[in-house]
Write a protein that binds this ligand. Structure first.
Ligand SMILES: Nc1ncnc2c1ncn2[C@@H]1O[C@H](COP(=O)(O)OP(=O)(O)OP(=O)(O)O)[C@@H](O)[C@H]1O
Ligand SMILES: [Mg+2]
Length: 290
């Protein structure tokens, strides 16, 4: 079992300076998604509104089929809403032309998919480097190498840098996908169940890396997860049930919203979790652990 690098001891090469006034980087306003299914329809998302602020570490959680992937795909402009509005950095994504969408996907958004979408003929290093080759940014070879090496080490894949995806386990492929999503230092990373294929220790070290990038680069992370340990680390939690938001909670003490009266088991569970917690408690806990 290879060791995953402890990122807390390490420097992020070429890190950006953070100037951080809070602003909504993602906004959903009354978004619905209806999939046609034969002669019927699936109402996957049934009127969802929430905002994600710059630099948040936000978890979209909820049971299987509640609409998590559908929402991430709409934020990532992979799918379009049936009705409602999705805004990225204040711009309605439905108003963007193809070129602008491509630029948005390249510069602003990083993706980690449930299925990893790695390029089979490229090795680990080349897969992670790949998004950098698509951009116009000028970087020296040495700079690129230092950054890719950092990412490879941070996700614990040093012994595998020359391996092709077919020569990796599912968990190792997921780590390549995570490193690749971070390669362009996007301002928003969308991750659909990023730790689903990892053992819990490796999963937590990946989350630790994400949390650090979140802090130091002000990268906004929006991820779906079933894992309560990861939900706990998030500083903003959106809980879905049957295509609706049943809970929208910020744990930094600034804002606490409990939505949907009688939201059922999910809301009840959270109320129990939150009982007796001072505002800021969980956020401090998360910060202290990373
Ligand atoms: N392309 C599609 N065509 C028809 N129905 C779909 C399609 N994609 C998703 N759905 C349906 O929409 C609902 C929401 O699916 P979604 O994948 O967003 O759920 P999820 O919360 O991500 O679930 P999981 O935790 O299992 O990944 C489900 O009922 C699903 O069957
Ligand atoms: Mg899903």
């Amino acid at each position: 079992m290879e060791r995953v690098a402890t990122v807390s001891e390490r420097q992020i090469p070429g890190g950006r300076t953070v100037e951080g006034d809070r602003q909504a980087v993602v906004e959903l306003i009354d978004v619905t998604k209806v999939y046609p299914l034969g002669k019927t329809e699936v109402h996957a998302v049934r009127g969802v509104s929430f905002a994600v602020e710059k630099g948040e570490f936000i978890s979209i959680t909820g049971p299987s089929g509640s609409g998590k992937s559908t929402i991430l795909n709409m934020i990532g402009c992979i799918d379009t809403p049936t009705s409602g509005v999705v805004k990225i950095n204040g711009t309605e994504t439905s108003s963007l032309k193809d070129k602008q969408l491509t630029a948005l996907r390249h510069k602003t958004l990083g993706f980690i998919f449930q299925s990893f979408n790695l390029i089979p003929v490229l090795d680990v290093y080349e897969n992670i480097e790949f998004p950098l080759l698509l951009g116009k940014e000028k970087r020296s070879k040495a700079e690129t190498r230092e950054w890719i090496d950092f990412l490879i080490e941070a996700v614990g894949l040093q012994p595998y840098r020359k391996h092709k995806p077919a020569e990796l386990s599912g968990g190792q492929r997921q780590r390549v996908a995570i490193a690749r999503a971070l390669a362009t230092k996007p301002t928003i990373v969308l991750a659909d169940e990023p730790t689903a294929n990892l053992d819990s220790k490796t999963g937590l070290s990946i989350i630790e890396l994400m949390k650090r990038l979140n802090r130091e680069l002000q990268t906004t992370f929006i991820f779906s997860t079933h894992d309560p340990k990861i939900v706990e680390i998030a500083d903003h939690v959106i809980r879905l049930q049957d295509g609706l938001v049943v809970e929208d909670v910020r744990r930094n003490g600034a804002q606490r919203q409990e939505l949907a009266a009688g939201a059922g088991a999910a809301a009840g569970e959270t109320a129990r979790e939150s009982a007796g917690e001072a505002p800021g408690g969980p956020a401090q806990k998360a910060g202290g652990a990373s």
